[in-house]
Design a protein around this ligand. Structure first.
Ligand SMILES: Nc1ncnc2c1ncn2[C@@H]1O[C@H](COP(=O)(O)OP(=O)(O)O)[C@@H](O)[C@H]1O
Ligand SMILES: [Mg+2]
Length: 281
């Protein structure tokens, strides 16, 4: 109680003394946290039982930081992103976005507020063309911008601008279009779900560059769900998720030794040890 009064008196004094300094301090105190999950739990029906997918999750993502979320398959990484986006509804806890509880906001409302999620397996939209998808993401986008974004994700605009967003696109092509789409949105927080899946080696290098450049070009938060060591290396912080819980967090030197055996596959034993471009048989 005493502390609270002292804090209030200090803030009033600062307000009277210098408004600019007051705003800077307020920004430092409250403005850095962008997305926060507070005691979030989510279960789904599993036959007669309930299956718990996220278990009392507490996590904060800060403005301007680049995060990697990693961990074994089935650990809850995609569910975490879908709960934040509003695709899955959690039963307990709160999701706070820039200080506001958005637990009951729809996907569209969250998207308008600046949150964005790139699917692990992007959906197809029969009857829609690639440029339409970009215009939905950003109504002000020009033809030149779309072409540039397509180039940046390794797709020739001449071949892809008018392509249908349907089953004729390969998984890798669809994935790159989805990532281009995320870049077009200029969102405050972007969650990419395994962007490396299905893209070849050359494009993978380009993808890291494009996503990192976008991150550095403005004050945004980037969250990459990934198994790839190179993405882990560029992240400011890695979050290790398993069994619907956060097991650890830290930099690549701390986390990679904990997960590398889990990530290794049969292919790795014969490829010389480089995981990039690995495809499961
Ligand atoms: N809609 C759903 N219905 C039933 N089970 C689900 C659903 N979504 C995810 N799960 C289950 O929740 C667990 C975590 O899944 P997911 O978040 O996709 O893990 P990860 O992305 O880490 O591989 C898995 O066991 C998965 O089968
Ligand atoms: Mg997943």
């Amino acid at each position: 109680m005493y502390n609270l009064r002292v804090k209030q008196e200090f803030l009033v004094a600062l307000w009277n003394y210098n408004r600019q300094k007051f705003y800077v301090l307020m920004k430092m105190m409250g403005g850095k946290k962008v997305l926060e999950l507070k005691h979030v739990s989510m279960s789904v029906e599993n036959g007669l039982n309930e299956k718990r997918i996220l278990n009392d999750m507490n996590i904060k993502f800060e403005k301007g930081k680049f995060y990697a979320v990693t961990g074994p398959n089935g650990g809850g990484k995609t569910s975490l992103a879908k709960v934040a986006m509003g695709i899955y509804q959690h039963q307990d806890g709160q999701i706070i976005w820039q200080g506001e509880d958005i637990s009951h906001k729809t996907i569209t409302e969250r998207a308008r507020m600046g949150i964005c999620y790139a699917f692990q397996q992007p959906p197809r939209f029969k009857g829609m063309e690639v440029h339409d998808l970009f215009r939905i993401a950003n109504p002000d986008i020009t033809k030149k911008d779309i072409s540039l974004l397509l180039k940046n994700v390794g797709l020739c605009p001449e071949d892809y601008y008018y392509r249908g967003v349907d089953a004729s696109l390969s998984g890798g092509e669809m994935k790159r279009i989805e990532i281009g789409n995320m870049l077009a949105r200029k969102a405050d927080l972007v969650m990419y779900d395994e962007p490396e899946a299905g893209v070849d080696l050359w494009t993978f290098e380009q993808l890291i560059k494009v996503i990192s450049n976008e991150h550095q070009s403005r004050e945004m938060t980037t969250i990459i769900i990934t198994h790839n060591e190179r993405f882990l290396k560029v992240a400011d912080e890695i979050i290790l998720l398993a069994d619907g819980e956060i097991k650890d967090r830290g930099n690549v030197d701390k986390i990679w030794p904990l997960i590398k055996d889990e990530m290794a596959c049969k292919w790795r034993n014969t490829c010389g040890g480089d995981l990039d471009g690995a495809e499961c048989n």
